[in-house]
Design a protein around this ligand. Structure first.
Ligand code: PAF
Length: 283
């Protein structure tokens, strides 16, 4: 396992991998690794790739400096976990390596980035994600980059950017990893108190119930959303949104119909912890 801090060194690593005739995979993260990240590393290894995992807490995607300051950082632990999952290198650049003095470029992604997470977290959130992911792909030059489906809108934004800018890397996704209780794994879960964990479980429960209601004949997206929102509020959550959307454009859908892909998405607060989750709905 190599710990790499510069663009020049990560490029040299990629060149060595290719000289051996192997594929290079990148798993971009902000650290605080959990089983969701490790499952992406394992999926990339299973395809036969050498895996670089990047660990970079990206200032450009935080609207609130206090949030950035309190983001958990433990490089040693993350390096050990990444190695145990089969990564060959950790790329952990400094802020100055990624955004050197004089840096003046931005990326604005319209459409898919505007609603839901974009509206809740501010337009600059997805601009910052798009910028750093584009930079990581240019710095590392992987054949494939892996992202978790848990951040479904982020994946849709990254796919849009990759298509629009003709980025040569394939964008791959791994399924949301869940605890036995159904709770989607997230680095934020560590902040949940016991009573808040009970509230948090309601998010995935509403997604399962929506599929059950759909199976029972309820195809109207607004009806599915209003009963899910009521159930979340009843459980004690503060709901930001619960909606049914097109999984590529994130435009709201009015009905869930056979043959039309639909994704149920939710963001809600359990105490002072903001959580998101999503699930495909199949009519
Ligand atoms: O999902 C994340 O951890 C981040 O948004 C990402 C994709 C690593 C970009 O900073």
């Amino acid at each position: 396992m190599q710990l790499i801090e510069t663009v020049a060194a990560v490029r040299a690593f990629g060149a060595e991998v290719r000289a051996c005739g192997k594929q290079l995979a990148l798993v971009p993260t902000m650290g605080a690794l959990h089983e969701g990240h490790l499952s992406l590393i394992r999926a990339a290894v299973a395809e036969g790739a050498e895996v670089v995992i990047s660990i970079f807490v990206n200032p450009a995607q935080f609207n609130d400096p206090a949030d950035l300051a309190k983001y958990p950082r433990n490089l040693q632990r993350d390096v050990e976990l990444a190695a145990s999952a089969g990564a060959s290198a950790v790329f952990a650049p400094s802020v100055a390596e990624v955004y050197p003095a004089g840096f003046a470029t931005s990326i604005r992604v319209g459409g898919v980035s505007e609603l839901w997470e974009g509206a809740s977290r501010g337009a600059s959130h997805f601009d910052g994600v798009a910028l750093v992911v584009t930079k990581l792909l240019c710095m590392v030059g992987p054949d494939v980059a892996w992202f978790g489906q848990k951040d479904a809108q982020q994946v849709a934004v990254i796919r849009r950017v990759a298509a629009d800018l003709n980025l040569p890397s394939r964008i791959a996704t791994g399924p949301t990893v869940r605890a036995e209780s159904g709770l989607a794994l997230s680095s934020r879960n560590a902040r949940l108190r016991e009573d808040e964990t009970r509230i948090a479980l309601a998010l995935s429960a509403t997604l399962r119930r929506a599929q059950a209601r759909l199976d029972a004949g309820e195809h109207d997206a607004a009806a599915l959303a209003s009963s899910a929102t009521a159930a979340l509020e009843e459980a004690g959550a503060r709901v930001e949104y619960w909606a049914v959307v097109d999984p590529d454009s994130f435009a709201p859908l009015e009905r869930v119909e056979a043959g039309t892909p639909a994704l149920a998405i939710v963001a809600a607060w359990a105490g002072d912890v903001r959580l998101i989750d999503n699930a495909a709905l199949t009519a």
